[in-house]
Ligand binder design. Structure first.
Ligand code: GDP
Length: 637
């Protein structure tokens, strides 16, 4: 006889039911998976704090897992394999076997304080340095050999360089040293303070160049004192930050500035491995050159870049076909801290992207596949948020409609319903214009985005959905169509087929060559979304003299205002308002307009007439009837 009594049963551990949960699931299918009724699940979810759910609301894996847990299940997620990717090399504790490399220097400071002048001066000395001299190219960075110690320094040559800004956003740093330029005749200004903020946040060592010291009005002592007050521990006051009094214009002490950089870089002991390690670096500038395809300036961070090497940057790669230095001279290899223009990219990489060496092209392709997939997945999550929002909105709209229908049964109207809390919020809804920005080089993309991103006000704003260098792609067109965005192109030849497709799809695609015109265009587009100002123009006036009561059928009584037209011609079709002691007491339409016994369409100045108004009869002798028109006056940003 078997013994089934619990008292005799062997105690088994509680079995946890397991469930496999897909990456995304709707509330309805989750009910199915959990084997509970949808309505019951909804109640439970509301208890858990979910609001506005619908049967087709999409839940992500983590949320669905939490809910399954509430029902006593152990959730197993459908695993998505993470593909192959490249990562930068870990930096070992001991780097003493690595070679020292030239410091990478960025110049920062307030506008007009002389950043460009200083860079120009340095660039010129780099040309003189060249045996052949003469040719210089703008590739985003250049190297200088110092006059005394004959050491190399690499300067990023665009003040506030786009790539540098992106680096800053990513919290990464490609610069070793910042030169903070402050004009001796102007001292610390807002952008100086901003630069100081960045320097402090990123902990990049700094050297102060007090510029324009050739000027009579120069007051370098004041600059030093102001910097000390702004948390820069200047050496003049016993701190560690070197200060050099220079003139970018005359070249005064520029050699000292260069030597200060070398001294600091020696203290910092800047090193990188140049052999037996994969190449790593940054894209500092990129563009698509006519007939030559995409090219990019790579600033090598470690390793030696050679012809035939494969580099991955963002979602594109390059098998190095050829390289040129900043003087346009072909080079066979690039060592750490060297900027080189690199040909062989499949697509234009983005300035600020990190580039890492792959073993070969097939590894590069696999890495890019992984990155694209990762981006698609996160885009999917974004899309799902949008879909959910749309569904919730649709549900709310339906509920509102049902409520209206219900109330109408009781003779109430929309205004009665809306006169509640919603109506009290009379702030206009902020309009939005979506844009996709495309430009010839990534530097221009950044510049355009910087110049337009803040256009707008409380009523209208813009959103930049996507930005990039190179011509718009098919996926841009699709994105623009779905999100009703305009595509802004700058300084490029838009391919004919893209133009034709855009026209067919109804996507607005604009091309500008002058940044000022592009800004004007965006401002005009946003302005067109502003509600116009309504200007009220009184066309004719009449004064109410006496009130007549007219008996109608079934004992109804109509009131008519006996008036005299005092100016203009009052037309029956025009809009009307009634003023009493300069206060508006009515605004609406005429119901009747009589002259003597006849119904008329207009009454001229000096004539008497009988007037009545739609839904209003509270007029009094002395009231002024004004026939007016409304003019819409467009508003501009
Ligand atoms: P940035 O906006 O910081 O790049 O400043 P710029 O290099 O464009 O310089 C702004 C103005 O200051 C220009 O007119 C320069 O000629 C002038 N400037 C720059 N450096 C010096 C200098 O050392 N001495 C004098 N006198 N003028 C300078």
């Amino acid at each position: 006889m078997s013994c089934s009594s619990p008292a005799y049963a062997k105690k088994k551990p509680l079995k946890v039911k397991t469930l496999t949960i897909p990456r995304f699931t709707t509330v309805a299918s989750l009910a199915n998976i959990l084997n509970v009724r949808y309505e019951k699940l909804l109640v439970r979810l509301e208890e858990m704090g979910f609001e506005d759910l619908t049967y087709n609301f999409i839940l992500d894996q983590e949320t669905a897992g939490l809910i399954a847990d509430e029902y006593g299940y152990e959730a197993h997620f459908v695993e998505e394999k993470e593909g192959e990717d490249l990562k930068p090399m870990d930096i070992p504790e001991d780097t003493s076997s690595w070679k020292t490399r030239p410091p990478i220097v960025t110049i920062m400071g307030h506008v007009d304080h002389g950043k460009t002048t200083i860079l120009d001066h340095l660039r010129k000395s780099s040309i003189v340095d060249q045996e052949h001299g003469g040719i210089t190219q703008h590739i985003g960075a250049f190297s200088v050999k110092t006059p005394i110690s004959k050491k190399q320094i690499t300067f990023l040559d665009t003040p506030g360089h786009a790539a540098f800004l992106k680096m800053r956003q990513r919290g990464a740093e490609m610069t070793d040293i910042v030169i903070l330029v402050v004009a001796a005749d102007d001292s610390v200004m807002p952008q100086t303070k901003e630069a100081i903020k960045h320097i402090k946040q990123s902990a990049v060592p700094v050297i102060v160049a007090v510029n324009k010291c050739d000027k009579e009005s120069a007051n370098p002592e004041r600059v030093i004192a102001d910097l000390a007050n702004n948390d820069i521990d200047v050496e003049d006051y016993g701190g560690e930050t070197q200060t050099v009094r220079v003139s970018g214009l005359t070249g005064l002490n520029m050699d000292k500035l260069e030597e200060s950089i070398i001294t600091l870089s020696e203290v910092l002991d800047i090193r990188a491995p140049d052999k037996k390690v994969p190449v790593e670096g940054w894209i500092i500038e990129s563009q698509s050159k006519k007939g030559m395809g995409p090219l990019a300036t790579v600033l090598v961070r470690q390793g030696t870049l050679k012809k035939g090497d494969v580099l991955v940057a963002g979602k594109t790669y390059c098998k190095v076909r050829s390289m040129k230095d900043e003087h346009g001279k072909p080079v066979k290899q690039a060592l750490p801290s060297t900027p080189v223009e690199v040909w062989g990219w499949k697509e234009v990489p983005e300035a600020g992207d990190e580039c890492l060496q792959a073993k070969d092209e097939s590894q590069a392709k696999r890495v890019i596949e992984t990155r694209i997939l990762r981006e698609e997945r996160s885009k999917q999550v974004e899309d799902i948020d949008v879909i959910n929002k749309l569904r919730v909105d649709a549900k709310k709209e339906m509920e509102q409609r049902d409520r209206l229908d219900e109330l109408r049964k009781y003779g109430l109207e929309e205004e009665d319903i809306n006169s509640g809390e919603e109506a009290s919020d009379d702030k206009p809804v902020q309009q939005n214009v979506n844009y996709i920005v495309r430009a010839d080089v990534s530097g221009s993309v950044e510049a355009i985005v910087e110049s337009i991103k803040d256009i707008g006000n409380d009523e209208v704003k813009l959103t930049i959905l996507k930005q990039g260098a190179g011509a718009p792609t098919d996926s841009d067109l699709e994105r623009a169509q779905i999100s009703n965005a305009e595509i802004l192109c700058f300084n490029m030849k838009v391919p004919k087929d893209i133009e034709n497709k855009a026209a067919k799809m109804g996507v607005v695609l604009k091309n500008h060559n002058v940044i000022y015109h592009l800004i004007e265009d965006v401002t005009a587009e946003l302005s067109s979304k502003l509600a116009p100002t309504i200007e009220l123009k009184v066309r004719a006036e009449a004064e109410v003299k006496e009130i007549f009561e007219i008996k109608g059928k079934r004992r109804t009584v109509f009131k008519i205002a006996g008036c005299k037209v005092t100016s203009g011609t009052i037309e029956k079709k025009s809009k009307v308002r009634v003023m009493r002691n300069d206060q508006e007491v009515y605004r609406g339409k005429f119901e009747t307009m009589k002259h003597l016994k006849d119904n008329v369409l207009e009454v001229k100045k000096g004539k008497d007439c009988g007037l009545s108004f739609e839904d209003w009869s509270d007029f009094k002798p002395g009231d002024v009837v004004q026939a007016y028109e409304e003019n819409e006056i467009p508003r501009y940003l």
